[in-house]
Design a protein around this ligand. Structure first.
Ligand SMILES: Cc1ncc(C[n+]2csc(CCOP(=O)(O)OP(=O)(O)O)c2C)c(N)n1
Ligand SMILES: [Mg+2]
Length: 819
């Protein structure tokens, strides 16, 4: 179904010019007297008190980092503390109007935002809900040490809960929001709408758009705020995230009733510095971060610069931005000017700026000036303000004392299995919501389903191969699994490059275009970082996302999102969040050095990712079904070599109905007595051919086992086979060096040393660039390489003449040269 956007040469080639409109800079000028019409004295007090609480929280951190004590209380904090002393007004202004439905994502310097957002949420939550939340969160672990000694209101108890939970998290205590597994740069608390803060500069820039996507697709109330630093606007993933958030299709192609543009505000916490580099005048050229909006879309992202030293100016800007996001006019951009007096970290000697500069900003300090303005306007007396400040400082100090108390706030015990338990959530989730999944037609009317219905679900019938066009293949298998889950889980979306009309670069999605509305299947920009990042954000909010990378080689473009984001947030949250994301990655052939690499070893190496690589239709459908009902991030590798393969191994063919294959269970594809060949990926078919030749030419019976999964992986079936045969060869199409097979071989040596007649031998691709299609047989393992390696390094084959050099001497030579 082609899109309705028609491109007209006359329009596109017509003479014209592009017009920009003015971008407001610090236009807020209201007096406190004027603002009295908007804010109650209680509001003013709350703003003041929140700023004071953040200042005290971070002053304590600064002191214990630099002096190892605060007010005579010794404590050594080993980890980081990236402080935002000076920036309090921007954080409190940002959070003031936000509700619990509004979610914020932040940076390594986000303690203030976490506290401000939580204090703001407390004010908007009734006592019963607050109590319920505190009692249930981590089974009451944070509340318990507070409850007994607390005298006062529920809201005051909740404020203590927030401060104690935050301190505890920073100090790696079990009473932290994330059981101490997140720490200073990542601490967050989802019940109050504070979502992951990110130690990767600009990390939230690609994730937050996915959170906003979740709100749009699932019609959830609230907006997303992406709080990132000024220097982070130099990061590619931030630009990609903005591009993703600003796509026209939300307004041009998606159902109108969904609400239009993504409800996301990129809030630049513009403190004028990276670590020591200055985006203004040094490391960037835009001078105003707000200017960036002009390059993004005709609305210029409604960008403006705002005085982040005045909480009321920030609130005023937020009020306007929230309004236009609600009208579907997002994304928006705020350039919130502020300043940090503290160094980048406490060890920072501030060698990149003058003392005078810091002092000038301190003279303009937001706490001092706000206090003065409130008092001058007669809203609150200086005495009342000071009393409030002392009051909250006392609470912060008390919470600090409690958080460093090893009895009230213990660390997880040495030997605890907590980390084991939270690395994966290992849960099942049939659907993320109860509403009916949106489908545009009955599957029985779907052209792809009808086509598949006419196919033979085995590769051969009575020994005769089924013609390629009529054989049910790996593509069909993945399609069927996706179609099933799209029919069950209304939150499930799929996106990536060329995913919709094209059907995905390799046609897996063909047919889904007819079945799914735009918002469930859409083309993403060529922004791999944003594609993966958005999937992470979407899942953090409670949805299920299927993201596609067209080639494994493009993982480099989404390196951070795969290696640091997708893989980490379940464990860094202490098990609080789940990440039901399937990242489909096609592994190429025939396209040379930058399009034909099997990088399974990279994703296998990263803790927190499940990794599978099915190469038969039966395995592909069963494993995709499992991935799509799970709650963990799964990297689902698909070989372009095997997309068209029919089912050769499963005698009954691929079932039409739903079934699952558990992850981590290797599959014996051919039984044998004398030798075990373990494969991963399309090397299965190479090994099957090698096994056939071994049997025919040497009378050697080889067992062939396809791992199917890299992580997790149950070694028992492998050990059973190796104990039987005493010999093992491992084959894959990844380059041999550092491959998954090297790691499996090392483990087998450990686990089955006594049963082995020879060391395990790995046959992978050469440690080269992948050459042109015509030269690929020099690069990818061939059946004869397997026989040659067996002959040279496992057991001599009678009368055998090797075709390639697989000797140990050659292995040593290659290692020496790094090739
Ligand atoms: C990808 C990445 N590069 C570099 C760093 C090291 N680093 C930490 S903070 C920082 C400066 C960030 O500046 P900005 O985005 O303006 O945030 P701010 O620290 O000013 O709040 C740098 C370079 C990092 N954490 N992540
Ligand atoms: Mg900065």
């Amino acid at each position: 179904m082609p899109k309705s956007i028609v491109l007209d040469p006359e329009t596109l080639l017509a003479q014209d010019c592009i017009r920009f409109s003015e971008i407001p800079v610090n236009t807020y000028r209201k007096t406190i007297e004027e603002e009295r019409a908007v804010f109650t004295p209680g509001d003013f007090l709350a703003i003041w008190q929140d700023m004071a609480a953040i200042r005290e929280f971070e002053t304590i951190l600064s002191e214990i980092k630099t002096k190892r004590a605060y007010k005579g209380l010794a404590y050594e904090h080993l980890g980081p503390a990236h402080l935002s002393i000076g920036q309090e007004a921007s954080a409190v202004g940002m959070a003031f109007l936000l509700t619990r439905d509004d979610h914020i994502y932040g940076s390594h310097r986000s303690h203030g935002e976490l506290l401000a957002k939580s204090f703001s949420a407390i004010r908007k939550t009734d006592d019963g809900a607050l109590l319920e939340l505190m009692r249930s969160y981590l089974d009451g672990a944070i509340l318990r040490p507070l409850e007994q000694q607390h005298r006062g209101s529920v809201a005051e108890l909740a404020a203590k809960f927030v401060i104690f939970g935050a301190f505890s998290e920073l100090f790696a205590k079990e009473t932290g929001f994330n059981r101490g597994l997140g720490g200073s740069m990542h601490a967050f608390f989802t019940p109050f709408g504070s979502y992951p803060n990110n130690a990767i500069v600009g990390g939230s820039g690609s994730i937050a758009p996915g959170a906003a996507l979740f709100k749009r697709v699932n019609r959830k109330p609230g907006i997303i705020v992406c709080n990132i630093g000024d220097a982070s606007f130099g990061c590619g993933p931030v630009w990609e995230g903005i591009t993703f958030a600003a796509m026209d299709q939300y307004r041009t192609l998606w159902d109108r009733e969904l609400g239009g543009g993504l409800p996301i505000l990129f809030n630049c916490v513009n403190n004028q510095y990276g670590m020591g580099g200055q985006p203004l005048g040094e490391t960037m050229g835009c001078q105003f971060i707000a200017r960036i909006g002009a390059g993004v879309n005709p609305e210029q992202m409604h960008a403006e610069r705002v005085n982040g030293y005045d909480p009321l100016a920030v609130i005023d800007a937020f009020k306007r931005k929230i309004g236009l996001l609600a009208e579907g006019r997002g994304p928006a951009l705020l350039d919130t000017v502020t300043y940090r007096y503290s160094g980048h970290s406490p060890s920072d000697a501030s060698s990149y700026r003058t003392r005078e500069e810091v002092e000038r900003w301190q003279q303009a300090d937001s706490l001092l000036s706000f206090r003065e303005r409130l008092a001058q306007a007669g809203v609150l007396s200086q005495g009342a303000l000071d009393e409030a400040r002392v009051g909250i400082e006392t609470v912060v100090f008390e919470m600090f004392k409690l958080a460093i108390d090893p009895h009230a706030a213990p660390r997880i015990a040495v030997g605890s299995d907590l980390v084991d338990r939270v690395m994966f959530s290992n849960d099942r989730l049939e659907k993320g919501d109860d509403r009916a999944p949106e489908l545009l037609q009955a599957w029985s009317h779907n052209p792809r389903v009808q086509q598949i219905a006419g196919k033979v679900r085995t590769a051969a019938v009575q020994g005769q191969p089924v013609p390629k066009a009529s054989a049910y293949n790996v593509r069909d298998a993945i399609f069927e699994a996706l179609a099933h889950r799209f029919s069950v889980d209304p939150t499930m979306v799929a996106f990536g490059e060329e995913n919709r009309d094209w059907g995905g670069a390799f046609g897996v999605y063909r047919g889904l275009t007819e079945a799914l509305p735009y918002h469930r299947l859409f083309n993403a920009p060529i922004s791999e970082a944003a594609i993966v990042g958005a999937a992470v954000g979407y899942a953090l909010e409670g949805g299920r996302a299927v993201a596609e990378l067209m080639y494994g080689d493009f993982m480099g473009r989404a390196g951070d999102e795969i290696f640091n984001q997708l893989s980490k947030w379940q464990a860094m949250s202490g098990g609080v969040v789940r990440l039901p994301v399937v990242l489909r990655i096609s592994v190429g052939v025939k396209y040379g050095a930058q399009h034909s690499q099997d990088w399974s070893a990279l994703v296998h190496h990263i803790p927190g990712l499940k990794v599978v690589f099915p190469v038969t239709p039966y395995d592909a459908k069963g494993l995709m079904n499992t991935a799509l009902v799970g709650t963990d991030p799964v990297v689902f590798l698909e070989s372009q070599r095997t997309y068209d393969h029919g089912e050769m191994f499963e005698v009954g063919g691929v079932p039409e109905g739903y079934y699952e294959i558990p992850m981590g269970v290797p599959s014996i594809k051919r039984t044998g007595r004398d030798l075990t060949i373990i494969t991963f990926g399309p090397a299965l078919y190479t090994a099957i051919e090698a096994a056939r030749r071994l049997e025919a030419q040497q009378g050697i019976s080889a067992e062939v086992i396809d791992l199917r999964s890299a992580t997790p992986l149950n070694f028992d079936p492998l050990l059973e086979s190796v104990r039987k045969t005493g010999r093992v060869l491992l084959a894959c199409e990844a380059v041999e060096r550092g491959s998954l097979m090297q790691s499996v071989a090392a483990n087998l040596t450990q686990l089955a040393f006594d049963s082995l007649d020879a060391p395990p031998v790995v046959v992978g691709s050469r440690n080269w660039i992948t050459p042109a299609a015509e030269l690929e047989s020099m690069f990818f393992p061939q059946p004869e390489w397997i026989l040659d390696a067996i002959h040279e390094r496992i057991v001599p084959l009678a009368g055998y003449v090797p075709a390639s050099d697989q000797t140990n001497a050659e292995l040593a030579r290659r290692l020496r040269l790094g090739i």
